[in-house]
Design a protein around this ligand. Structure first.
Ligand code: AMP
Length: 394
């Protein structure tokens, strides 16, 4: 892995692929600057080393040159976040773009227009990538959130830079955090998997069986397993087509020496809403008219004890319908237990979609070792895939 420190940036124009695909409100203001904050240290490092920065990113999924998705809307937020002036170029390739990039002096930052104004970006077009490469003399990829896409700016462009390409600071941190679980996990290694459906997590589960000692299954996935084991699931979410797979998986885990932990009890609701009446059931005995919505009290205690014994913990997917406050306790408790275990020296990684949202919503951000910035990219890494944006840097 070639990192920022291994390249010389003095008098170089660094093309930095950042992930500034940030949410905007109707006044075109940035409503969450997490992704901008995440790229800050890479940009600052290159400026301090005497280079200039050319920021390239996509924003949304424009069909053609949609002014609503111009990166110009975010220039002032990026500038405020970095505490540096930023100039903007209304294109990302071509004469105007190349001239603006060439005019940059060390210490200056230029942001280019939305890469996805060109369909060639997502097509991974060779010529478009070549044109992009002309903007700078060095290529840095710091966009973990799009590293799983074989796009021009994330993967194809790298071939034009031979040795003058490297991981940005954020990409490096993400890869090291994944490696700490998937390659160098200190035993006992635990994965906590939740979320709605077994069918969407199969590849992750399969890949994790070779990496972990313990696997907690939570959230809506549970009921496909309990149904397969002969339990009563009431109205709970259950994928009947996957019951056979669930049984196979339990068998495979046993063969590999992985302990699978299912909940002992469940907090159910009599309808899918925050106003539902609540009742606790044994996990195998959910009555008709009730659906499992969150982990029950015995489960919370059981999972807490296990989490405290583990030294490496990966968490993906909520333990219940945490969007409803009445059914958020299981997810909050898992966050608390992982935080406590982390305080005691465990390494914890939270990645992929809703669990990251939950961690932020319930205030565990500073208590977890690493929170991934990339949803799809993190999930594909957990599936054991080598991401094209990362492969291209080697
Ligand atoms: P995923 O994207 O697969 O990680 O799923 C996240 C979603 O799973 C969240 O929106 C949760 O509300 C949902 N979820 C978690 N537990 C349950 C459950 N017991 N029943 C229905 N949905 C659930």
């Amino acid at each position: 892995m070639r990192t920022l420190k291994q390249l010389n940036f003095k008098n170089e124009r660094a093309i930095i692929r950042v992930d500034f695909n940030v949410p905007l409100n109707s006044q075109m203001q940035v409503t969450d600057r997490t992704r901008i904050e995440a790229a800050k240290s890479t940009i600052k490092y290159i400026l301090l080393e005497g280079g200039s920065c050319i920021l390239i990113s996509h924003l949304g999924r424009p069909k053609g040159k949609d002014p609503k998705l111009s990166l110009e809307h975010i220039v002032s937020t990026v500038s405020n976040t970095l505490g540096e002036p930023i100039s903007f170029c209304k294109d990302c390739i071509g004469e105007q773009a190349e001239a603006a990039a060439l005019a940059l002096k060390p210490g200056q930052i230029l942001m280019m227009e939305n890469l996805r104004y060109y369909k060639q970006e997502t097509e991974g077009d060779f010529n478009f990538s070549k044109q992009l490469s002309k903007l700078g003399t060095v290529y840095v990829n710091d966009a973990f959130g799009t590293a799983h896409r074989p796009h021009s700016s994330t993967a194809i462009i790298a071939q034009f830079f031979e040795n003058k390409k490297c991981f940005g600071g954020l990409l490096e941190k993400e890869v090291l955090a994944i490696d700490k679980v998937m390659k160098k996990g200190v035993s006992p290694v635990l994965a906590v998997l939740g979320g709605a459906k077994v069918s969407s997590k199969i590849t992750i589960i399969e890949s994790l069986l070779d990496k972990v000692n313990h696997l907690i299954i939570g959230g809506g996935m549970v009921y496909t397993f309990t149904k397969a084991l002969g339990g009563k699931v009431g109205n709970s979410i259950c994928e009947l087509d996957y019951c056979g797979y669930a049984l196979q998986l339990l068998k495979k885990a046993k063969q590999k020496g992985v302990e699978i932990h299912l909940p002992l009890d469940v907090l159910a609701g009599d309808n899918f809403s925050n106003d539902a009446n609540q009742k606790v059931f044994d996990i195998m005995e959910i009555k008709d008219g009730w659906e499992g919505m969150d982990a029950g009290p015995k489960t919370i205690k059981k999972f807490h004890d296990l989490i405290l014994k583990c030294k490496t913990i990966l968490w993906n997917g909520p333990m219940g319908v945490f969007e409803f406050s009445k059914f958020a306790k299981g997810t909050i408790s898992i966050g608390e237990s992982i935080s406590e275990s982390t305080k005691g020296g465990a390494f914890s990684l939270v990645g992929g979609g809703d669990s990251v949202a939950a961690v932020k919503q319930f205030g565990f951000e500073t208590k977890i070792s690493y929170i991934s910035t990339g949803g799809g990219a993190m999930l594909e890494s957990l599936e054991g895939k080598i991401l094209p944006g990362i492969a291209a840097l080697y």
